[in-house]
Each structure stands twice: as C-alpha cells, then as structure tokens.
Write a protein that binds this ligand. Sequence first.
Ligand code: CTP
Ligand code: MG
Length: 224
Amino acid sequence: MPAAVVILAAGSGTRVGAGVNKVLLPVDGASVLAHSLRTALAVDDVARLVVVVRPGDEPTVAAEIEPLLGAREVLMVAGGADRHASEWAALQALRPAIRDGLIDVVAIHDAARPLATPALYDAVITAARTHGGAIPVVATSALLGPNGLVEGGAIVQTPQAFAAGELLAAYTAADGDGFTGTDTASCLEAYSDVQIAAVSGEVTNLKVTYPEDVALAEALLSRR
Ligand code: CTP
Ligand code: MG
C-alpha cells in the first residue's frame, strides 16, 4: 500500500529572523521548501502529498511548488499555532484516506530540512511498516544540554514515519489536551504504545534554524 508524505512549512522562522518564513528563503536556486518538496516527489509509492502552509503564505507557496508538480497533486493545508497543531491539521486532511485504507504509513518532514534524501524517506517508511514507527537518528559522542554534558547522545531528525492508523489515533487522543511535543515521535510516545525504530540519520540533513544555517545549506546543496 502507498504512503503519504506531510511537509511542515507553517512556521515563521523567528530564529533565522529574515522577515519572511525561513522555508521561503532561496538556497541554491530554489526555496528551502522547494528543495524539500522536490525530494518528497522523488520518493517511491507516495499516494498523498500534503504541504502545511502558514496562513498568508499560500500564494507564494503555490507559485514555488506549481512548477515542480507535473501531473502530481499536492494538498495545501493551513497550519496551526505550533508544529503539533500543523501536524494535526495535516492528519485531519488525511483522515478519509487513512480511514478508507488508501495509505498505510505517513512520513512527516520539516520543510526546514532541505537536504534529506529520498533514501532516508525509504528507510523510515520501510521501518515503520515493520515496527509501527521510525525516526532518523544521528549518534553523537556527547550532547551539552540543560542538564549538562550527556555522553553518547543522539540527534533526532525528520522525516519520521508511523503507521497511519496509530498516528491518527494518537493525535486524536492528544487533541484538546494542550499537548505540544518537540516532534512527531514525542506525541506517539505519549499517546500510543507503538514501537519506534531508530534508523541511521544523515549528517548532512541539517535543519535551517539560525541565520548561519542558510549559508551552510546553500553550500551543501550546491555540492550535490
Ligand atoms: N512548523 C509548522 N507550523 C508551526 C511551526 C513550525 O509547520 N506552527 C514547521 C516549520 O515550518 C519547520 C518545522 O515545523 O519546517 C520545524 O520548526 P522550526 O524549525 O521551529 O521552524 P519555525 O517554527 O518556523 O522557526 P522558529 O522556531 O525559529 O520560529
Ligand atoms: Mg519553531
């Protein structure tokens, strides 16, 4: 059965501070979002593609993505106040397809990660079919955080993929609870007992978060 892919682009990019949503910034000849969408379009066997858009960004996003689509269709959904709310908006749009058994797995990706590859999507989608859920993880020798230095830490990336029925059930259960997790896996951990497999992340799969990340993404994309 085919999968669905959700691209989250409804943030505002306050930490980059460019004055526009960071996913609309140009890097290596296309917006951050266009790079992310181009990759998602190259993933095999995807029956539904959803882009979650910040209200007001629709015309700009439509102009960015239309040239990439060819015969493919993308569903544009208005995002919410935080990442979790934007995911929930996408899952509600996918609810009929999930209920009718048209898709078995949903992969959710941050548009702000323009360097993820189709192979990484394949890895998480395949692992989610086996285990119920899958996230890309890059091991680090140590992580410095609010609790000091933690040896043997791990950095979690997107795309994260989950069995569609379990994902929808978890987000439905979280609805109205005021839940705002850091990522998709945090909601599944709180509201399901689905197993989440760690697959190898990609060291180049950086998230554009701070101003200097824009130049870094540009350099990495231009070397592909
Ligand atoms: N996102 C979203 N809806 C929101 C907030 C975030 O779809 N209400 C998306 C962003 O567009 C991004 C991803 O979630 O692709 C990860 O979020 P983050 O890196 O925090 O992006 P922003 O929230 O836009 O940035 P900032 O926190 O600096 O404002
Ligand atoms: Mg944010």
